[in-house]
Unconditional design. Structure first.
Length: 698
C-alpha cells in the first residue's frame, strides 16, 4: 500500500535559463538524498534527467523530467525543466503541477528574457520560490550585482541563507547562516560534514544572521515583538518566520553552491523540506464544470475530497505507449479504473499508474492527492485536461501558452514519408502543444511552427527517430494578396457554337475597392431582365473563382465590391457555365483596368530585449521596413512594439539572438494587409511569374 500523506510531499520545479546548471543541480539533489549511487554529468550524457537522444548529444535538456527522492520525512518530486526560450512551453506547463520552484542562476549569466517570463508565471500563480546561485568553482560571487539584477527584473531582493566558503579561489563548502556552520561535501560522496565557522568568516556570519533574523521577525507580529524585546530569535522562531515569508512570497531565500561539485546541496534540501509548502497548504482554484464559475477552496486535506487531477504533460512512448502526466489535486487516483475527463466530457478507462524517475517507470496501484504520476492508455486526454469523478465534475484552469513565432514549410522527402510525417507531427504536437502544424489555406504548403529554431530542430529529429519520417524544410511562402486601387467596368462575353446547342453568356461588371479587411461584396444591379435571375448566382460564382488567382502574380484578390449591372442572354444557348465563364472574363478585364496592387501581411511584433541592446533592435526593425509604435521600460529590459512586414521577419529569431546575445525574445501576430512598395512588388511579381512558369514547364 502507498502510505504517503499529502503533508509529507513537496513538489518543486527547477527552473532557469539554459546553461545555468539545472540538470546538474537535479543530479546533485538525487545523489545527496541517496536516490542514485553516483552522480552523472551533462557532458557525458549520464544524468538521470537528460536521457532522450536529442538531449544527450546537445548536452542540454529539451523536455521536462520527473525526479523523485526522499529527504528526512518528506517525499520530494523535482521537475527538471529546459531553459531555452524555444522550449518555454515546458517550464510553463510544469509550473501548473507544482507548489514551489527553485530558480537557478549563475554569477555571470544575468537574467534573461525566458527567466523573466517564467518568473512572471510564478508570480501569477503565487508560487513560493527560492534561488540557487550555481557558482561553480568561483568562491566569491558578486552578490550585490545579483541583488540589483533581481530588484530590476523580479522586483524583489533575495535573502542570502548560505554563502560560499572558499579557500583562495576554490569553493570548499558553504557558510550556513541559519545553522551557523560550514557545510562541506563533494561529488564523490553523498555525505556531508558540518564544522565550526572559521574566525575569518565571523563578520559575514553576523551580518547574514542579522538580516535573516530581521526578515523572519517581520513576517509575524508576535515574532517581531520577541525580536525587539530579546534582540534575537531562537532557531525554531527563525524557521517559522522564514516559512511564513516564503509561503506568502514575502521572502525569497538564496542558497549558494556548486551543482557539479555537489557543494551547498544539503542546506538547499533542508530548506525545500522545511520552508516550502506541502500540497495541503496550497489552496487550489477550481471551477464547477456545470456552473462554469470559479471559486477558491480553503486549504484543507485534499485527500478527503473527490478525485480531480490535472494533465500537465503528455508523452507518447514507443514502449509503454501513451502516458498522461498528472498532478493529483484532490482525492485518490487508482490504476485500471474509469475516469471522467471534464474538459472533454468523455469517460475513459485508465491503464497502469506509474511513479516516474527520469526514464524509469514504477507501477503503483494508486496515488493520493499531491502526488505527480503518469497514467497510461488515456486516448482522449490532452495536456491541460482535468480528470475527475463524474459524480462531482470540476475543471481546473489552464495556462494560455505562448504562440509560435518561427515557421518552416516542410515537404516529405519521399512518397513513403507523406503519411508518416502527418501522423508523427500530430503526435509530437500532443507532446508539445506550443508546436503547430497545418496546411496554409493560401500557399497550400505544409507549415511547421514553433517558438524557436531549437524547438523545430528537436521536433524534426524526433520525427525521424520515433516515426521514421524525413522531411525537407525551407522558408515558407509569403501569403501575398491582390486588390485594386481604382474602379473600372468591363464586359465578358463568352460565345461558342459547336453544332446543336451552343454556349452564350454576356455580362458587364463594375468593380470598386473596399477598405482593408472588408472582404468581398457582390451586388446584382441588373434591371429589365437582360440577364435572367437564375443566372445571377453563376455570375457571382465565376467572380469568386476568378478572385482565387489574381492577374498580377496569381495571388487571391480581396477587398472589393463587384456589381453585375448589364448583359444579354440567348434563350437556347445560355447556361450557368457560360455565364460563369463570361463573369470570369469580365472580372479579369475590370481588375486589370482598376490599378491592381500587391498586398503583404503586416505583423504586430513585440520585442523584449535588454536596455543596452534596444538601440540595435530598433535600428534593425527600421531596416526591415518596420514602423515603431512605442517603446516602454520593463525593469532592466525594454519592450519595442512595431508593425513589420512578414516577409522581413520570417527568420527574425536568428537575427534577434545575434543582436542581443540570445537575451531577446518576441511575439507577433497578424495585424493587417498593406500595399507592397512598388519596387519590391515588381520583384515579387516577377519571381512568382518565373516560379509558375517553371512549375508549368515541369
Amino acid at each position: 500500500m502507498n502510505e504517503l500523506r499529502t503533508v509529507s510531499l513537496r513538489n518543486v520545479a527547477v527552473v532557469g535559463s539554459r546553461g545555468t546548471g539545472k540538470t546538474s543541480l537535479a543530479e546533485a539533489l538525487m545523489f545527496t538524498t541517496g536516490a542514485i549511487p553516483a552522480m552523472g554529468s551533462v557532458p557525458t550524457g549520464t544524468t538521470v534527467s537528460d536521457f532522450e537522444p536529442e538531449e544527450v548529444h546537445r548536452h542540454s535538456s529539451v523536455s521536462t523530467s520527473l525526479l523523485r527522492c526522499h529527504w528526512n520525512s518528506t517525499v520530494l518530486t523535482f521537475l527538471d525543466t529546459p531553459g531555452s526560450l524555444s522550449l518555454l512551453g515546458e517550464p510553463l506547463t510544469s509550473l501548473e503541477a507544482v507548489d514551489a520552484a527553485i530558480v537557478v542562476l549563475t554569477p555571470s549569466g544575468g537574467i534573461r528574457s525566458e527567466l523573466i517570463k517564467i518568473w512572471s508565471r510564478l508570480k501569477e500563480r503565487q508560487l513560493p520560490c527560492m534561488l540557487f546561485l550555481n557558482v561553480g568553482d568561483k568562491g566569491s560571487p558578486a552578490l550585490d550585482e545579483l541583488d540589483a539584477a533581481c530588484r530590476a527584473s523580479f522586483d524583489m531582493s533575495p535573502l542570502p541563507m548560505t554563502l560560499p566558503a572558499a579557500e583562495g579561489s576554490k569553493l570548499e563548502g558553504v557558510l550556513d547562516l541559519v545553522e551557523q556552520t560550514v557545510t562541506q561535501s563533494s561529488s564523490d560522496s553523498p555525505k556531508h560534514q558540518a564544522g565550526p565557522v572559521p574566525s575569518a568568516m565571523n563578520q559575514r556570519l553576523a551580518e547574514g544572521r542579522k538580516r535573516i533574523q530581521e526578515a523572519a521577525a517581520e513576517t509575524n507580529d508576535q515574532l517581531l515583538e520577541r525580536y525587539l524585546s530579546a534582540g534575537e530569535l531562537c532557531r525554531d522562531d527563525v524557521i517559522a518566520g522564514l516559512r511564513t515569508g516564503v509561503h506568502r512570497r514575502m521572502l525569497f531565500p538564496l542558497y549558494c553552491g556548486s551543482a557539479t561539485n555537489n557543494v551547498g546541496i544539503v542546506p538547499l534540501l533542508q530548506a525545500v523540506s522545511s520552508l516550502f509548502p506541502s500540497p495541503q497548504e496550497r489552496s487550489q482554484r477550481v471551477s464547477a464544470a456545470s456552473k462554469h464559475s470559479t471559486v477558491t477552496a480553503p486549504p484543507r486535506d485534499p485527500a478527503e475530497e473527490p478525485l480531480s487531477a490535472l494533465v500537465f504533460k503528455t508523452i507518447i512512448d514507443p514502449f509503454i505507449g501513451r502516458l498522461s502526466y498528472c498532478r493529483i489535486l484532490s482525492g485518490v487516483l487508482r490504476a485500471d479504473t474509469q475516469i471522467f475527463n471534464a474538459s472533454r466530457k468523455v469517460k475513459e478507462k485508465g491503464g497502469h499508474l506509474y511513479t516516474v524517475v527520469g526514464k524509469k517507470h514504477a507501477a503503483v496501484p494508486f496515488a493520493e492527492a499531491g502526488e505527480i504520476v503518469a497514467i497510461g492508455k488515456l486516448k482522449d486526454a490532452q495536456t491541460g485536461d482535468t480528470l475527475c469523478d463524474e459524480r462531482e465534475p470540476v475543471t481546473h484552469p489552464w495556462i494560455v501558452l505562448p504562440r509560435p513565432v518561427l515557421s518552416f514549410a516542410i515537404e516529405p522527402k519521399t512518397n513513403a514519408d507523406i503519411d508518416k510525417v502527418s501522423l508523427g507531427l500530430h503526435k509530437l504536437i500532443e507532446e508539445d502543444p506550443t508546436l503547430d502544424f497545418s496546411r496554409h489555406a493560401d500557399t497550400k504548403e505544409m507549415v511547421l511552427s514553433g517558438l524557436g529554431q531549437l524547438q523545430i530542430d528537436v521536433a524534426l529529429e524526433k520525427l525521424h527517430r520515433k516515426y521514421g519520417a524525413d522531411v525537407v524544410i525551407h522558408t515558407p511562402k509569403i501569403p501575398y494578396r491582390e486588390t485594386i486601387r481604382g474602379s473600372a467596368q468591363a464586359q465578358g462575353k463568352y460565345k461558342k457554337q459547336t453544332g446543336g446547342h451552343g454556349q452564350y453568356g454576356d455580362c458587364w461588371l463594375d468593380v470598386l475597392p473596399l477598405g482593408r479587411g472588408e472582404g468581398f461584396v457582390f451586388e446584382n444591379k441588373v434591371v429589365g431582365g437582360v440577364i435572367p435571375r437564375n443566372f445571377i448566382p453563376a455570375v457571382e460564382k465565376g467572380v469568386i473563382e476568378a478572385m482565387q488567382h489574381g492577374i498580377l502574380a496569381g495571388f487571391p484578390v480581396v477587398d472589393m465590391r463587384v456589381a453585375v449591372y448589364d448583359g444579354s442572354y440567348h434563350v437556347v444557348d445560355s447556361s450557368e457555365m457560360s455565364f460563369k465563364i463570361a463573369a470570369s472574363m469580365a472580372f479579369k478585364k475590370a481588375v486589370e483596368a482598376a490599378h491592381p496592387v500587391l498586398l503583404e501581411p503586416m505583423m504586430t511584433i513585440e520585442v523584449d530585449a535588454p536596455a543596452d541592446h534596444i538601440g540595435a533592435v530598433i535600428g534593425d526593425l527600421n531596416a526591415r521596413r518596420g514602423r515603431i509604435l512605442h517603446v516602454e521600460a520593463r525593469g532592466q529590459a525594454e519592450l519595442v512594439k512595431a508593425i513589420v512586414p512578414l516577409a522581413e521577419i520570417l527568420t527574425y529569431t536568428t537575427a534577434l539572438n545575434s543582436l542581443t546575445g540570445g537575451a531577446g525574445s518576441y511575439v507577433m501576430e497578424l495585424s493587417r494587409y498593406d500595399e507592397v512598395p512598388r519596387e519590391i512588388a515588381s520583384r515579387v511579381i516577377e519571381e512568382h511569374k518565373a516560379s509558375r512558369q517553371t512549375v508549368t514547364a515541369h
